[in-house]
Design a binder for this molecule. Structure first.
Ligand SMILES: Nc1ncnc2c1ncn2[C@@H]1O[C@H](COP(=O)(O)OP(=O)(O)O)[C@@H](O)[C@H]1O
Ligand SMILES: [Mg+2]
Length: 305
């Protein structure tokens, strides 16, 4: 080829799901041919968790908008002591399923559900909705701080929790609860000098960490994270991932992520969804390194290739 010719353009079809062919084995490089070692290198060292306990059960759940069933017969356990990652192409129903866990899908007109979702054995529809949403807290893809100070954003959630109502504004206990939540979300050092600043003046990454601090201040039992790092820089992302892994000891965590390496870094179990169906559920190592379904293999083979 003429050395001055530009390289051939590779066209990517955007109307199809990404498909990456499985890598061919390289005979002289056994380490590279062993997929477990490739994924294991990305995995952060994690402290073992004392006890794994089932907190929520999703049983044969179907979810629809109008006539359109976008989650189909999904059954999944949500366990404390573990991080569960929901992965799958855009539109596969991950957000809809996540929002159903604290009854946020009800807010959408025409949304319907069948099947059973329980928290500690109780059907979530039999729980008082505000109580449910305090126990099962959601952090959205787009940070949504309240238009108030950094302190008040977190204090608001801290006083909402049981026994929190009697805390006086700026009482030492409240200030400690706010500081603790900001520290856990990895934001405190950046904002400690001016907690009265409007939360809306923080950067996107700081706003998201504030939203996580606000969620933690409510002391939830289940934390739902919908692509929480998609607006974050790599340093904030690393802070949040470390936090997620630590928190799983005391909070059951479900994270939706389109970042497969992130799913591998933080999750103990991975659920792969496709067109509303749960295709595969298993320990992260199994889903990424030894998927049982060809659809899963196609989807995850891009992660470590
Ligand atoms: N508020 C809504 N009204 C109608 N259809 C919706 C609504 N939200 C999502 N959908 C549809 O439901 C399907 C699943 O969407 P979603 O749960 O957001 O998937 P994911 O989070 O996996 O990208 C998509 O086809 C989407 O267009
Ligand atoms: Mg989504």
């Amino acid at each position: 080829m003429d050395p001055l010719m530009p390289p051939p353009v590779r066209r990517i079809a955007l109307d199809r799901d990404p498909h990456v062919a499985p890598a061919l084995p390289i005979p002289d490089a056994p380490a590279a041919a062993e997929p477990a070692s490739a994924s294991a290198r990305l995995r952060a060292a994690r402290a073992p968790v004392g006890e794994v306990r089932e907190r929520m059960m999703i049983e044969s759940v179907w979810l629809a908008y109008g006539e359109n069933w976008v989650v189909r017969d999904v059954s999944l356990p949500v366990r404390q002591g573990e991080v569960l990652a929901l992965i799958g192409a855009s539109g596969s129903g991950k957000t809809t399923l996540l929002r159903s866990l604290n009854r946020l899908t009800e807010v959408t007109a025409g949304a319907a559900r069948s099947g059973r979702i329980t928290l500690d054995g109780q059907e979530i529809h039999d729980l008082e909705v505000n109580d449910l949403r305090r126990r099962v807290t959601m952090v959205f893809q787009q940070p949504n701080p309240f238009p108030m100070s950094i302190f008040d954003n977190v204090a608001y959630a801290a006083v909402e929790r049981p026994g929190g109502g009697r805390r006086r504004r700026r009482s030492p206990e409240l200030a400690t609860a706010v500081e603790d939540a900001l520290r856990r979300a990895g934001l405190y050092d950046e904002v400690a000098g001016d907690l009265d600043r409007s939360a809306l003046r923080l950067s996107g990454g700081q706003q998201q960490r504030l939203c996580i601090a606000r969620a933690l201040a409510a002391q939830p039992e289940v934390l739902l994270l919908d692509e929480p790092c998609s607006a974050l820089d790599p340093i904030s992302t690393a802070t949040i991932e470390k936090l997620i892994v630590e928190l799983r000891e005391s909070v059951a965590i479900v994270i939706v992520t389109h970042n497969l390496q992130q799913a591998f870094r933080v999750a103990d179990h991975v659920a792969f969804m496709h067109l509303g169906e749960l295709v595969e559920l298993g320990p992260s190592e199994q889903v990424f390194d030894r998927p049982t379904k060809s659809r899963t293999r196609d989807y995850v083979s891009g992660a470590f290739g």
